[in-house]
Ligand binder design. Sequence first.
Ligand code: GDP
Ligand code: ZN
Length: 456
Amino acid sequence: MDTINTIAAIATPLGTGGIGVVRISGEDALKVADRIIKSPAHPEISSMKGYTCAFGRAYDMEGAIDEVVVTVFRAPKSYTGEDVVEISCHGGVYILNRILRACCDSGARLAEAGEFTKRAFLQGKLDLTQAEAVIDLICAQGRQAAKAALTAKDGALYRKINRVCKLLVEYAGHLAAWIDYPEEDIVEINPRELERQLGKCGDELENLLASYDTGKLIREGIEVAIVGRPNVGKSTLMNLLTGYDRSIVADLAGTTRDVVSDTVSLGDVVLRLSDTAGIRFSNDPVEQAGVNLAMAQIERAQLILALFDGGDPLTKDDWKVIERCRRRQVIAVVNKSDLPQVLDMGEIQRSFEHVITISAKSLDGVQQLKEKIIQLFHLGSFDSSAAMVANERQRLGVTQALDEVRQAQHALAQGISYDAVSVCIENAVDHLLELTGKRATQEVVDQVFSRFCVGK
Ligand code: GDP
Ligand code: ZN
């Protein structure tokens, strides 16, 4: 056990920046600040009120380190619920490290990864699902993902789980009373009514699970592979979508040898695009290696954009692409609509369910392509302001709770003893309490916070 209970860490990314922040939290946070900060207007940082700032200088044994602004938060009105001091200095690695070392020489210790948020959890400022939302918020890459994380940080999932949990506890209580005192008529249990109520709880849990797949796509983005024979315009489309010149565009067939990937935000959702080597028959081993990479990319992708050149007849290599795309989620993209069209559209229509005609050069049809992707993945109906399950841990917990609720319902319907029903309901409650962290083991809590970075 560490005896020093006041923690400190650099809270901003390491690198050079305009501002960097060292955060201190714990009962001695203000005393630590007193020892290293001199502010003409506030000789004692520890007598400052919460939510106030002071300008001054940070010192260590060697002398002045930097000009700083100190912000004081008083327990319980702080991120962690403890006394917190944030020292804002210039955002250089050397200065930040020196201030952090001064804190540690003056009564604080280095914070572990996620320890600030863990303290907030232990102080009851957030539940585990809200703590997880903090990471999702930090990692969010698109508008919808950020909004969904904020919704969870505000406690939407927590409240929903809590409500179901409370109902289940109530039913379990009735059952327990009835089982313990069957002859005293204290509680009347109507098995049909209880079954109906349990059914409603189960449906709520099921609704939570339903949003998981879409939410995952929104959070993590969709893995998209752009494929096609050389020269159909893969790199041009990739550059168009990402907005700058990343892949090599050339008139010479077969120039894109490696997989080039990039992330593009398509309105609300993030696409993780990869431009692959042109697929064609080749004797050149280097080019064949590129083609193999492209094939692997196709296997991994959640969506394939299969490109064809509208200005050319179908070739043997195009057929190879068509062959590769069978039974996959594919949009056939017929490119170069600005050129006279000679491609056999009938063949394309027969081979693919979704076909879009575009010109990567004149931008024609690109908007339709984006809309098609949104429609294909049901992203348009995604409601980022609703409670939803956001990660594997949560999905597992809700699934297990749902399982127990359905078993309880089943037992009631079959006329199995109330004892069995009661056990199932109590198991469901356990799973839900573990989810919010009200009754989670140290292991579960540590697991959640191990995903954090130091300083959060
Ligand atoms: P890749 O080999 O499939 O990656 O094809 P590139 O993106 O390198 O493009 C091959 C050639 O086709 C280049 O000269 C592009 O300028 C040209 N190209 C790409 N898209 C279009 C288009 O929509 N219309 C026309 N006319 N040319 C295009
Ligand atoms: Zn290319």
